[in-house]
Write a protein that binds this ligand. Structure first.
Ligand code: OGA
Ligand code: NI
Length: 353
């Protein structure tokens, strides 16, 4: 049975690719670029940016070092094992409690912001140079994320810093995903369907591809085609709530394939746990998408318990389906036996004779 349920893959639709060249020229192209970003957030919640100013060499170093890490022998990787609640390091697959199928991936996570909470003992020091590259990468990506949040704040009619300020002390984690090639890719997902909980995510994916987004609640999936050197930008739940639902929190998943392993580096910008989640702007005639202000920690807790409940229901439905199938098989057999009595079956009179 396929767990993917890819009913259709919509290949005609494409999520936007936006060049940021000239975004800092106030009297130049800025307005035009900002308009594209805002429209992409309203329509999709997921798009790609090119000419973003992050050095190509830094991007290729990060990718190369990450690939080298995953190629290390298990004992080297497991030195950074983060199972058991350690903050940062390596883990094989991650899955929701109660889900029957595990994600087909290995990950390394770096908690990079606030900088005072950085624990370098949890940052893999092999291959050499990875710590330095990750430091620079996380700083540059924090800069790019804030730049994009400025655009969205302005579009909401607020001061530039409104969204970053609402995060209180912005949190960042860099998650390096490695999806090994999979002998039976239609039996599993690299990463199950989800929305990111935080404010804004920047994802670097290699040329293999596998990231998909849906705009119709999972009926069709659109592949986010890899663009060399681009970052995929997507908003998370926090960004969605703060804009009162105006900006979409992209619903997405990652599929695996049988020919190639795949690498992606997701950098999540999240609010501080105690930051308040509530729309910063409610437009005329709109109702708030949230009944009351809650903390980000509480928003996350509710999301997780909803996900667990959904996973439980899905599992129950699957068990019920299997049971129904078994019952249907039994019914069919009985029917067949009645219609075609076995030739060697004795007539009833003989049995009672
Ligand atoms: C994620 C994510 C997609 C990918 O890590 O949250 O959506 O393509 N990753 O790896
Ligand atoms: Ni995601």
């Amino acid at each position: 049975m396929s767990v993917q349920r890819l009913l259709t893959t919509n290949s005609a639709a494409k999520s936007p690719v936006i060049s940021l060249a000239g975004i800092d020229e106030v009297d130049g192209k800025r307005a035009e670029i900002c308009k594209k970003i805002v429209e992409a957030c309203e329509d999709w919640g997921i798009f790609q940016v090119i000419d973003h100013g992050v050095d190509t060499k830094l991007i290729s170093d990060m990718t190369r070092l990450a690939r080298e890490f995953f190629a290390l022998p298990p004992e080297d990787k497991l030195k950074f094992d983060m199972s058991g609640g350690k903050k940062g390091g390596f883990i094989v697959s991650s899955h929701l409690q109660g889900e029957a199928v595990q994600d087909w991936r290995e990950i390394v996570t770096y908690f990079s912001y606030p900088t005072k909470t950085r624990d370098y003992s949890r940052w893999p020091d092999k291959p050499e140079g990875w710590i330095e590259a990750t430091k620079e990468y996380s700083d540059k990506l924090m800069g790019l994320a804030c730049k994009l949040l400025e655009v969205l704040s302005e579009a909401m009619g607020l001061e530039k810093e409104a969204l970053t300020k609402a995060c209180v002390d912005m949190d960042q984690k860099v998650v390096v995903n490695y999806y090994p090639k999979c002998p039976q890719p239609d039996l599993t997902l690299g990463l199950k369907r989800h929305t990111d909980p935080g404010t804004i995510t920047l994802l670097l994916q290699d040329q293999v591809g596998g990231l998909q987004a849906t705009r119709d609640n999972g009926k069709s999936w659109i592949t986010v085609q890899p663009v060399d050197g681009a970052f995929v930008v997507n908003l998370g739940d926090h960004g969605h709530y703060l804009s009162n639902g105006r900006f979409k929190n992209a619903d997405h998943q990652a599929v695996v394939n049988s020919n190639y392993s795949r690498l992606s580096i997701a950098t999540f910008q999240n609010p501080a746990p105690e930051a308040t989640v509530y729309p910063l702007k409610i437009r005329e005639g709109e109702k708030s998408v949230l009944e009351e202000p809650i903390t980000f920690a509480e928003m996350y807790r509710r999301k997780m318990s909803k996900d667990l409940e959904l996973a439980r229901l899905k599992k129950l439905a699957k068990e019920q389906q299997l049971q129904d199938l078994e019952n249907a098989k039994l019914d069919a057999k009985q029917l067949q036996d009645m219609e075609n009595p076995k030739l060697d079956a004795k007539p009833i009179e003989e049995i009672f004779a």
